[in-house]
Design a protein around this ligand. Structure first.
Ligand code: NAD
Ligand code: UDP
Length: 315
């Protein structure tokens, strides 16, 4: 008899996690969603609560967790600079202790485990676009370090558990992702600009807006997660997942104004410390081993995201 796959998603009530839970349920899995609701909300998964294959548990991953599953996706960690800098010590604990606890769980269960790592492991990169063999340029004592170094240390732990205990690991380095259910006040650029534009408030451009990012729509990213998790054991990553189409932040602001039809003006603000000047993933590895690349253009993804925030603000 074919048994139903039981999957744990930590950080499952967050932006990416909630979309992943949805997709795994669609694929016929049983999903245990664990979250401490620091930045995620019950509301993000409220439409899943009636599904008998879905279970929501309030739990902080810095404490051990005892559940029985076949696979683990470890996403628990605040992801926006405002949130991860709110309690930096807790951010590092979530990154590192959370990884240790989930790896310990995976080891006991001999379960495959996926880590949501980040392009921030490359810091303010000196090579462009970033390939997975680049070791990064991270300030270890800066204000972003609690997140960046926490994620770097988590990668170290994943690879040591793989080498030492033969654990099956999948490490994805996620580049800027956006879409419905982003937190409206988390300060990330896409949600900020859309909310500001919809409210007719000034669009806050940090620096001169010439810094670049490459934005991936959530559905493309989740497809990449699912494909990476299904690969043979020999494929561990780290693997870049993101959209290689690069835009300046000023271009993003102008596109959001156009698509919302807003009258908002651009307002220059100081550039935050250690803000990377450019970021673009090289996704050759994902293309060849997952046969994956993003399909949703920024303009189309933004339109869907704008509809979501429009409805949210109208409540
Ligand atoms: P998010 O803030 O919406 O989701 C993170 C979730 O983790 C939230 O639901 C939060 O409540 C939960 N959480 C935080 N600390 C926890 C703890 N100690 N115990 C249990 N749950 C905890 O952010 P997101 O954008 O969905 O990010 C998800 C993951 O992807 C994160 O690990 C993030 O670092 C990674 N990532 C995201 C992006 C992006 O562009 N969105 C880019 C790179 C990496
Ligand atoms: N940014 C901006 N205005 C905002 C929020 C962010 O100009 O209101 C800039 C920010 O300085 C950075 C880029 O947008 O250069 C992306 O910021 P975000 O916090 O979304 O992600 P990250 O810096 O982690 O890539």
């Amino acid at each position: 008899m074919h048994e139903i796959r039981r999957v744990l998603v930590t950080g499952g009530a967050g932006f990416i996690g909630s979309h992943l839970c949805e997709r795994l349920l669609q694929d016929g899995c049983e999903v245990i969603c664990v979250d401490n609701f620091f930045t995620g909300t019950r509301r993000n998964v409220s439409h899943l609560l009636d599904n008998h294959n879905f279970e929501l548990i309030r739990h902080d991953v810095t404490f051990p967790l005892y559940v029985e599953v076949d696979e683990i996706f470890n996403l628990a960690c605040p992801a926006s600079p405002i949130h991860y800098q709110h309690d930096p010590v807790q951010t590092t604990k979530t990154g590192v202790h959370g990884a240790i606890n989930m790896l310990g769980l995976a080891k006991r269960l001999n379960a495959r485990i996926f880590q949501a790592s980040t392009s921030e492991v490359y810091g303010d990169p000196t090579i462009h676009p970033q390939t997975e063999d680049y070791w990064g340029n991270v300030n270890p004592i800066g204000t972003r370090a609690c997140y960046d170094e926490g994620k770097r240390c988590a990668e170290t732990l994943f690879f040591d558990y793989h080498r030492q205990m033969n654990l099956s690991i999948k490490v994805a380095r996620i580049f800027n992702t956006y879409g419905p259910r982003m937190h409206p006040n988390d300060g990330r650029v896409v949600s900020n600009f859309i909310v500001q534009a919809l409210k007719g408030e000034p669009i806050t451009l940090f620096g001169d807006g010439s810094q670049t990012r490459s934005f991936c729509y959530i559905d493309d990213l989740v497809e990449g997660f699912v494909r990476l998790m299904q690969t043979e054991d020999a494929i561990t990553g780290p693997m870049n997942l993101g959209n290689p189409n690069e835009f300046t932040i000023r271009e993003l602001a102008e596109l959001v104004i156009e698509l919302t039809g807003s009258q908002s003006a651009l307002e220059m603000r100081p550039l935050p410390a250690d803000d990377p000047k450019q970021r673009q993933p090289n996704i050759d590895q994902a293309k060849s081993s997952l046969d994956w690349e993003p399909t949703i253009q920024l303009r189309d993804g933004l339109a869907k995201t704008i509809s979501y925030f429009d409805a949210l603000l109208a409540e």
